[in-house]
Design a protein around this ligand. Structure first.
Ligand SMILES: *Cc1c(COP(=O)(O)O)cnc(C)c1O
Length: 397
C-alpha cells in the first residue's frame, strides 16, 4: 500500500449534507421516494419512473418485462465491448446474450454488422453510451421499429447527456440510469427506469410493486458504505481503499448474484440535491474533457469521436494506446495514482460463463479495444496540477 495522493478513475462525491438528507429519508421513506420520482419525471419529461437498487436490477426488470410482452423472443443484442453488468442482467432475466462488434472510432455498434446480428428471436437491442458518448439513436430507433425490436437505452454512464437536443434516457422505448459508485451522480447504489410507453409501464409497475425494499439489516451496510465513500473518496485518503485488495475497486465481474429491490428511502434522501450535483459534476467533466482534447494531439494516442449534434458527458475520457509500449507501463507505473485506468478487462465473448451460449463469431474490434483502451479521470476532485501531470505522462511516452 502506497501512501500518496491517489486519484480515483471516476468519482461522484457524496457530501455530509446528502447523508443528512439520507437519514431523513430513512424516516420519511414514502415522501422522499415520491419526491425523487416526481423530480425525475419532470426533469426528463417522461410519464413513468421506477426506482431500484442498481442499474443492473433496473435492466433485469426491464428485460423480464419486455420478454413477457413478446412471446418467445429471448435474445438481447448488446455491444461486444461494454460493462459486464449488461450481460449479467440479460442472463439474470433468463435471456440470451447476442453480440455485435463495435466501431472503434465511436465505441458504438458497428452498423455495417448490426443487421446481420439480429434474428427473429431478437427481443431488444441495448446501446450503452459508454463514458457518456452517445450511440447513434436515430439509426437504432429506425432499425428497431422496422424489426419490431425494443430499444432499451443503457444510460448508466450518460445521465445528463443530450442527443439532438433531447435528453439521453428518453429516446428508447425504455431506459435506465445507474446511481452506483462512480456514475454521473451516486447514491452508493441505485437504478432508475424511465419510459413513456404505457404498456411497458403498466407491466413494470406490477413487477416493481411486487419487489421487496431493503430490510433494516441491508440498510446498515449501505449507510456505513456511504460514510466510507464520503471520507475515502478524497484523493489524499483514496490510497487507503485503493490499497485494499478485498474491496476490488474498479473490478468488473460477470455475476447474476445481485439483488433486485426497490430503492430505499435512504437512497432517495441521498439524492435530494441530484439536479444541482448532476449539473455541476457534468460541467466539470466537460471542462476537463475539453482540456484533454486540446492537449492530447499526440501520435499514438487515439480518441473517441462523438457523433454530431450530441452532448456527451465524459464520465471518463477514453483514449486508445498501442498495447506493446504503454499499457503495462501505466498499470505498474505512475498512471494509477493519477487515476489513469483500464476499464473492462475483455470483450463480452471472453466471459467464460456465457461463452457457450454465444454464436461462434469473433469480435476483433472489441478484443482490440479491451487491450488498448485507457481512461483519464474527468471528475471534480481533479486539480489543475493533476491534469498537467497526466498530460506530461502521456506526452512523454
Ligand atoms: C454501471 C453500469 C451498469 C450497471 O449499473 P449498476 O448500478 O452498477 O448495477 C450497466 N451498464 C453500464 C454501461 C454501466 O456502466
Amino acid at each position: 500500500m502506497k501512501i500518496t495522493r491517489t486519484i480515483p478513475p471516476t468519482a461522484s462525491p457524496i457530501y455530509l449534507r446528502d447523508i443528512l438528507y439520507g437519514i431523513i429519508g430513512l424516516i420519511n421513506e414514502t415522501y422522499c421516494l415520491k419526491r425523487f420520482r416526481k423530480e425525475l419525471c419532470d426533469y426528463f419529461e417522461v410519464k413513468y419512473c421506477f426506482l431500484l437498487s442498481s442499474g443492473k436490477a433496473a435492466l433485469t426488470l426491464i428485460l423480464t418485462t419486455l420478454s413477457e410482452l413478446s412471446d418467445g423472443k429471448d435474445e438481447v443484442l448488446i455491444p461486444a465491448y461494454t460493462c459486464y453488468s449488461v450481460p449479467s442482467a440479460v442472463v439474470k432475466a433468463g435471456l440470451k446474450v447476442a453480440l455485435c462488434d463495435i466501431n472503434p472510432e465511436t465505441l458504438d455498434f458497428n452498423y455495417d454488422l448490426l443487421p446481420r446480428t439480429l434474428s427473429p428471436k431478437t427481443l431488444a437491442v441495448v446501446p450503452c453510451h459508454l463514458f457518456g458518448y452517445i450511440s447513434d439513436l436515430d439509426r437504432l430507433k429506425t432499425l428497431a421499429k422496422d424489426k419490431g425490436i425494443y430499444l432499451v437505452e443503457d444510460a448508466a454512464q450518460a445521465m445528463g447527456a443530450e442527443y439532438k437536443g433531447q435528453k439521453v434516457g428518453t429516446i428508447g422505448d425504455v431506459s435506465f440510469f445507474s446511481l452506483g459508485r462512480g456514475k454521473n451522480i451516486s447514491v452508493v447504489e441505485g437504478g432508475i427506469i424511465l419510459t413513456n410507453n404505457e404498456t411497458i409501464a403498466r407491466k413494470l409497475e406490477a413487477k416493481w410493486e411486487a419487489l421487496n425494499s431493503y430490510n433494516p439489516l441491508e440498510k446498515m451496510p449501505l449507510i456505513l458504505k456511504t460514510f466510507f465513500i464520503n471520507l475515502f473518496l478524497r484523493p489524499y485518503l483514496y490510497w487507503f481503499p485503493y490499497g485494499l485488495p478485498f474491496l476490488k475497486l474498479g473490478a468488473t465481474v460477470f455475476s447474476t448474484n445481485f439483488k433486485v429491490k426497490k430503492m430505499s428511502g435512504f437512497q432517495g434522501g441521498l439524492a435530494r440535491n441530484w439536479r444541482q450535483k448532476l449539473e455541476k459534476f457534468n460541467n466539470t467533466r466537460k471542462d476537463n474533457a475539453n482540456f484533454y482534447l486540446a492537449h492530447t494531439d499526440t501520435d499514438g494516442i487515439g480518441k473517441i469521436e462523438a457523433y454530431q449534434d450530441t452532448r456527451p458527458v465524459y464520465l471518463r475520457f477514453p483514449i486508445t494506446i498501442k498495447r506493446d509500449i504503454t499499457k503495462d507501463f501505466y498499470l505498474d507505473g505512475k498512471g494509477n495514482n493519477l487515476g489513469i485506468s483500464p476499464t473492462y478487462p475483455g470483450s463480452i465473448d471472453s466471459i467464460s460463463q456465457i461463452r457457450d451460449q454465444l454464436q461462434r463469431d469473433t469480435y476483433p474490434e472489441a478484443h482490440k479495444m479491451a487491450q488498448s483502451l485507457l481512461t483519464l479521470p474527468t471528475h471534480s476532485l481533479l486539480t489543475r496540477a493533476d491534469k498537467n501531470k497526466i498530460i506530461d505522462l502521456l506526452n512523454k511516452s
